[in-house]
Design a protein around this ligand. Structure first.
Ligand code: HEC
Length: 161
């Protein structure tokens, strides 16, 4: 009896230590993108547009409305990147940028093919293929907001006047 209790206590103690260690080593191991609030908002707004656009494309595909497919796919193409990406280009890892650009190129291709081939199955295949890149990037990166939303290039140490 006493031995069992000791074992239990030991098990609980060990699991507590394990939990603390995991917390100290960071639970989320994905590479961190250290953004300020504005940069985070910019990227996540674009992400939500990608999800909404993809859903709209699927809905149009269901109706085999290939004109609508092109209309929903085009805004997710390279045109999407011209908005405010310059300030992000400097701080984003190269592989992250390449993966992102490659997704935008896919949507341009999806729009073009929807118009010229008008083949829902072909579009569906392209979309499925391209969405592997959504998964690849999400598996590799996370956004963390820096404590002080400092301007790019500025240091968080405060000025002495
Ligand atoms: C080049 C990298 C990259 C690609 C490609 C990418 N994402 Fe993301 N996405 C991110 C990152 C980073 C986050 C934030 C994840 C985090 O901090 O946990 C995110 C978050 C999101 C979110 C959450 C938005 C919010 O408001 O919280 C959605 C939805 C999303 N992505 C959809 C998509 C879809 C759909 C695709 C593909 C069509 C896609 N993403 C492709 C990097 C990417």
């Amino acid at each position: 009896m006493r031995e069992i209790n000791l074992k239990k206590i030991l098990a609980i103690a060990l699991s507590l230590i394990a939990t603390t260690t995991v917390a100290a080593n960071e639970v989320d191991k994905r590479r961190i993108l250290p953004f300020n609030e504005m940069q985070r908002d910019h990227v996540l707004t674009e992400m939500r547009a990608l999800l909404t656009g993809t859903q709209n494309i699927l809905d149009a595909l269901l109706r085999e409305d290939m004109i609508a497919v092109a209309r929903y796919a085009r805004p997710l193409g390279m045109g999407m990147t011209h908005k405010a990406e310059d300030h992000l280009k400097a701080i984003l890892p190269k592989e992250f940028m390449q993966l992102g650009m490659s997704v935008h190129k896919d949507f341009d291709q999806i729009a073009m093919d929807a118009e010229s081939l008008k083949d829902p199955k072909h579009t569906l295949r392209q979309l499925s293929e391209s969405m592997k890149k959504c998964n690849a990037c999400h598996a590799g990166y996370q956004i963390r907001v820096k404590e002080q939303s400092a301007q790019p290039g500025m240091h968080s140490s405060h000025h002495q006047h």
